[in-house]
Design a protein around this ligand. Sequence first.
Ligand code: WTA
Length: 649
Amino acid sequence: MINLLIDGEDYRLQYRRSVEDPEGFWAGVASGFHWHRPWDKVLEWNFEKPQVRWFEGGQTNLCYNALDRHALSHGDRIALIWEPNEENEEARRWTYWELKEAVVRTAGILNDLGVQAGDRVCLYMPMVPELLWTVLACARLGAVHSVVFGGFSARSLADRIADAGAAYVVCAEQIRRGPKVLPCRAVVEEALSLLDNEQENPVRKVVVQGRPHHKEPLCSFAHTECLDWEDLWHSTLSRPEPRWMNAEDPLFILYTSGSTGKPKGVLHSTGGYMVYTAYSFAQVFRTRPGDVFWCTADIGWITGHSYLVYGPLLQGATVVMFEGIPTHPDPSRFWKICQRHRVTHFYTAPTAIRALMVYGDAPVQSVDLSSLQVLGSVGEPINEEAWLWYHRVVGGERCPVTDTWWQTETGGILIGALAGLSALKPTFAGLPLPGVQPVLLDPSGRELVSTDPPTEQEGLLAMRFPWPSILRSTWGDHERCRNTYFSPFPGYYFTGDGARRDAEGMYRIIGRVDDVINVSGHRLGTAEIENALNLHPMVVESAVVGYDHSIKGQGIYAYVILRTALKDSDQETEDRLCRELSETVVREIGAIARPDRIQLVEGLPKTRSGKIMRRFLRKIASGDTAQMGDTTTLLDPTILESILVGRKG
Ligand code: WTA
């Protein structure tokens, strides 16, 4: 476990040390883990290439560090509490010893299938314990997991399977989510037929968990064998030992949206990710043995990877995993879970807080939340009203709220308050963690240096020095990694976010400066949604922008040009078409990308060179239409008038 070398030591001292002697600092942190072979060199890096290598020469295994190590020294401590979707079903618990046993058995299943170190295994599952086991089983074998969130469509799943070249898929029969039961295996089958048709199907074996009484026959494909989890669970005899992996061997791929093209597979490697997730978890949340940590994120997102699975288990904490949604069967479900499992640390997204705020204070006050000590927020900017409500009503004004800023690419929290130590300022994520070196850049790439006396500054957020869990590449396309993150400002990792820094050096994240939008804490590329809309036979062109949404943070607003204009009077046809357009997006990407508003337009505001001026579209979508600003660069400024008239809102 990481003992915070720095506990009690002043943040500033620790921070200074991490900048003056990063190698010494990180070697100290990394020595809190079991290494089968020690590293030769702490860090080698070059942002131009880009190439970053941490703990080169070292060999370790994340599953060993997260489970075996704790099973040996405090095996009877609770590792996992699983709360099912249905409130009247019993929660299940595993000690560290028991969880290790379950994961070893899961690794046995994978091993029997033929999974080898370096193979990609795609996981498409609900929030059941088997998902967490499979993630850790992959780590045990050195296989590369690629978890795809269960809300993605067959098309999205197929693209991710093909891109990763996954020969194995682990899925479930169904997904229970609140009052709904959604198909899971059927989506995998559809994805496989898409890939079969495109002759791009790398999948050899599919394992299906949670089949009802083995009744239905399993799917069969020309090249893909389907197997039943239960059968394998009972038949496996192998008990794989952890495979010692090199620090820079890949650990997992996680697909995320960018401003252009298809989602990219962010690649994280073994040693650095292990060190940083455990370190940041310990630094920010400051749990003690016996504390109960609940991160509400799905394992399909980076937050679930880093702070439901790896960070807390590496630190030997007790984690809660919840299968369902905050409003099922009623809006006090989250709080009842906190009460039932005596949750001490609660980590969720602003969108959930805002959605629950709507029901008022009563559902929170009806339960005993005295166990809570620390509250966390992640995934999108938290507005002041939500921050204050979270602090006052949920935290009873006694729990620090830490707003944590980070990204799929950063692997772990880079900016956020250290619970109970740092000063708190609503809507500010705060100071960087020791070891993290953020800068603000102006559009030409010059660093904004602090003035004397310091004043508030605003710019583009970048990092000038690597931290251990920085992404290593984008799967199969290193060039894309360079172009997206390292070329925009040579010598820096560029985050894509704009930020403000106050006189004390605290950061407030303003939001994306690229064409990425954040809808209910889910990251989506506007280009992806446009590509989906454009597949509809009636669509000539579309433009998608985000607009302020009181619960989701951002909503999706789509402007669509049709092949043939609809008659003005025909509202019914228009409604039907808009529904079809929505369904096209849901089919292509998944329900999380369903547009909130669709406006049929005759044209889009373009410059003479044909570039869409999204700035105007964003203003119209947000209803901020009083002053449109300079429209003289537009080829046809009158187009704005007609769009304004038909604005949806
Ligand atoms: C946004 C989620 C403001 C930001 C961990 C970032 C935030 C993107 C915060 C990454 C926060 C994340 N305050 N904005 N505390 N945390 N973001 O990859 O725009 O799903 O670039 O990772 O979410 O989203 P991702």
